[in-house]
Design a protein around this ligand. Structure first.
Ligand code: HEC
Ligand code: HEC
Ligand code: HEC
Ligand code: HEC
Length: 434
C-alpha cells in the first residue's frame, strides 16, 4: 500500500502547481462531471429548466441501471453504461489503483461519474478483499504488441483531431498561426479529465483510442477513426506525466484461495457493480432497488448528502445536482416519453463541436485549436465543425449511416477536427428519433 499513498499524495499535491500544462493534470470539478449539465443547466435557475438537467443526470449517472424506469420511459432513459471490465486486470499493474477504483474512485479522479459503494460507515474489508480478488482474476491474453508512439507528434494530434473539444488543452501548446506574443485563454467549461488512463498499460491506452467504444460502450468518449500510429502517439503524449508509474500486470497477484474470487463475483453482483459494468464472464445477476417512479424525491438514499450504510451508492453530488435530481424525480410521471434530437446531442456532447439552433459549438477559448483564431479571424466559421441546422432533414438515412461509421467523404476539409464514429445501434436509435 506504499504506492497507494504515493499515488494519492502526488495527485493531490502536484496537480495545481507544477503540472498544469499537461491535460492529465487539469483542474477538476468537485462532483461528478456531466458536461451537458454543466454547460446548459447549471446557470439557469428556472425550476423547469433545472428539472430537465436532472433528467439528463438520471440518465448520465446511470441511476436508471438500478432504479428501473417504467416501460413508457425506457426508451427515453437507456442509461450510460460504465466501461467493460473484461480483461481489466491486464490494464493495470498497480494494486493501489485497483483498490481505489473499488473503494472510492473519486480519490483517483475527483469528478468521476462512478459512485462509491464503500463510502458508508459499514465498509467490510472481507468483501473488499473478495472483490479485489475477482477484479484481479479478470485477465485477457495480451494481443499483438502495438507500435510505440512519439510524445511530440501526439501533442500536436491531440490538439488537431478535436480531443480538446472535450478534454483540456495543454497550457504550453501554441496552435499554429497563433500570435507569438499571446497565450491562449484557458477554457471555462470544465474539461473531461484524463486520469485513469495514466495507470493503464501504454498498449491498452492505444487500443482504447483505436476503438473507445469496445471498452466504453456508452459512446460518451467517441471514436475518431485513428490510425494505429496516431493512437500510439496520443497514448505516448497522454502518459508523459511524472505521475505515471509503469504498470506491470504481473504485480497484481492472484489469490491462493480459489473460492475468494468466486465470492467476489457474487459481491460484484449484489453491490450493483454489475448494473453498470459488463465483465465478459457470463450473465451477472442485477441488483434490485426501488423502481424510478417510486423513489421519494427528498434528500434520501443516493440523494442524501452523506454516505449511508448498506452500500447505497454515494456520488458526491453538488447541491445543484441534488436539487436538479429531486425536481426531475418530482416531475417524472408527467415527463415526455421520447428524447428529441436536442436531448440526444446534449447527452452525447455533440455540442462540444457543433452548434445547432443557437446552442453549443466549441467555446471561444477552444476555437484557436480548430484553426479559428478568435472572433475577428477571416472566415472563422469554415474552420469550425459545421453548424447542424437542417442537416438531419437534408441527409438520407444511408448518408448519415456513412457519416457515423467514417465511410463518408469529407465535405468541410478546412474544419480543424475530425467527425466522430458511433456504434450502429446508437445510430439506428438516432435515425428512429429524427
Ligand atoms: C448500483 C445501484 C444504484 C444506483 C446506480 C443508484 N441507486 Fe439509488 N438506491 C440504490 C439502493 C440499493 C437504495 C436503497 C433503497 C432501495 O433498496 O431502493 C437506493 C436509494 C435511493 C433513494 C431513496 C429511495 C427511497 O425512497 O427511500 C433515492 C431518492 C435514490 N436512490 C436516487 C438515486 C439517484 C438520483 C441515482 C443516480 C444519481 C441513484 N439513486 C443511483 C441503488 C442505486
Ligand atoms: C465529445 C467529447 C470527447 C471527445 C471529442 C474526446 N473525448 Fe475522450 N472522453 C470523453 C468522455 C466523456 C470521457 C469519460 C469517460 C467515458 O465516459 O468514456 C472520455 C475519456 C477519455 C479517456 C479515459 C479517461 C481517463 O480517466 O483516463 C482518455 C484517455 C481520452 N478520453 C482521450 C481522448 C483523446 C486522445 C481524444 C481525441 C482523439 C478524445 N479523448 C476525444 C469525451 C471526449
Ligand atoms: C452507476 C454506475 C457504476 C457502478 C454502480 C459502478 N461503476 Fe465502476 N465505473 C463506472 C464508470 C462510469 C466508470 C468510468 C469512470 C471514469 O472514467 O471516470 C467506472 C470505472 C470502473 C473501473 C475502471 C475501468 C477501466 O477500464 O479503467 C473499475 C475497475 C470499476 N469501475 C469497478 C467497479 C466496481 C468493482 C464496482 C462495484 C463496487 C463498480 N465499478 C460500480 C460506473 C459504475
Ligand atoms: C470532435 C468534434 C466533433 C464532435 C464531438 C462531433 N462532430 Fe459531427 N462533425 C465534425 C466535423 C469536423 C465534421 C465535418 C466533416 C466533414 O468534413 O465532412 C462533422 C460533420 C457532421 C455532420 C455532417 C454535417 C453536414 O453539413 O454535412 C453531422 C450530421 C454531424 N457531424 C453530426 C454529429 C453528431 C450528431 C454528433 C454527436 C453524436 C457529432 N457530430 C459530434 C466534428 C465533430
Amino acid at each position: 500500500m506504499a504506492r497507494f499513498a504515493l499515488a494519492l499524495l502526488s495527485l493531490w499535491l502536484l496537480r495545481p502547481t507544477l503540472l498544469r500544462a499537461h491535460p492529465a493534470h487539469a483542474e477538476e470539478v468537485n462532483y461528478p462531471l456531466v458536461t451537458g449539465f454543466q454547460r446548459f443547466h447549471a446557470a439557469d435557475d428556472s425550476p423547469e429548466h433545472l428539472a430537465k438537467g436532472g433528467e439528463l443526470l438520471l440518465n448520465e449517472l446511470n441511476c436508471v441501471a438500478c432504479h428501473a424506469p417504467p416501460e413508457p420511459l425506457r426508451r427515453r432513459f437507456p442509461g450510460a453504461a460504465g466501461p467493460n471490465l473484461a480483461g481489466v486486470a491486464s490494464r493495470f499493474g498497480d494494486e493501489s489503483v485497483v483498490q481505489l477504483l473499488l473503494r472510492n474512485p473519486r480519490m483517483l479522479k475527483r469528478s468521476t461519474p462512478m459512485p462509491s459503494l464503500f463510502a458508508g460507515p459499514d465498509r467490510d474489508e472481507e468483501e473488499l478483499a473478495a472483490l479485489y480478488a475477482y477484479l484481479v482474476s479478470l485477465r485477457q491474453k495480451p494481443g499483438e504488441p502495438l507500435l510505440l508512439g512519439n510524445v511530440e507528434r501526439g501533442r500536436k494530434l491531440y490538439h488537431e483531431t478535436g480531443c480538446i473539444a472535450c478534454h483540456a488543452p495543454d497550457g504550453e501548446y501554441v496552435p499554429p498561426g497563433f500570435p507569438a506574443e499571446a497565450t491562449p485563454e484557458a477554457p471555462a467549461i470544465p474539461s473531461q479529465p484524463v486520469r485513469i488512463a495514466l495507470f493503464w498499460t501504454a498498449d491498452h491506452l492505444t487500443r482504447f483510442l483505436l476503438d473507445p467504444l469496445e471498452y466504453h460502450p456508452s459512446g460518451r468518449m467517441p471514436g475518431q477513426g485513428l490510425a494505429e500510429i496516431e493512437a500510439a502517439d496520443l497514448a505516448a503524449y497522454l502518459q508523459a506525466s511524472p505521475l505515471r508509474q509503469e504498470p506491470d500486470p504481473a504485480r497484481l497477484q492472484e489469490t491462493a484461495d480459489p473460492g475468494l474470487a468466486a465470492r467476489g463475483r457474487a459481491w460484484f453482483a449484489s453491490k450493483g457493480c454489475g448494473n453498470c459494468h459488463e465483465t465478459g464472464d457470463g450473465p451477472m445477476p442485477r441488483r434490485r432497488a426501488k423502481p424510478l417512479l417510486e423513489l421519494r424525491p427528498e434528500p434520501h438514499g443516493c440523494l442524501q448528502d452523506e454516505p449511508l450504510a448498506g452500500a447505497v451508492p454515494y456520488y458526491y453530488l453538488s447541491p445543484l445536482q441534488r436539487s436538479a435530481l429531486t425536481l426531475a424525480l418530482q416531475n417524472l410521471a408527467t415527463t415526455e416519453t421520447t428524447a428529441g434530437i436536442d436531448e440526444w446531442m446534449t447527452r452525447m456532447d455533440c455540442y462540444a463541436c457543433h452548434a445547432r439552433q443557437g446552442k453549443g459549438g466549441p467555446e471561444a477559448a477552444r476555437e484557436p485549436y480548430f484553426g479559428a483564431l478568435g472572433p475577428d479571424a477571416v472566415d472563422r466559421e469554415s474552420f469550425l465543425p459545421p453548424a447542424l441546422e437542417d442537416v438531419f432533414q437534408r441527409r438520407t438515412d444511408a448518408g448519415l449511416r456513412d457519416l457515423f461509421s467514417g465511410r463518408a467523404a469529407r465535405r468541410y476539409p478546412k474544419a480543424g477536427a475530425r467527425m466522430i464514429r458511433l456504434p450502429e445501434p446508437m445510430v439506428e436509435e438516432f435515425l428512429r428519433m429524427r
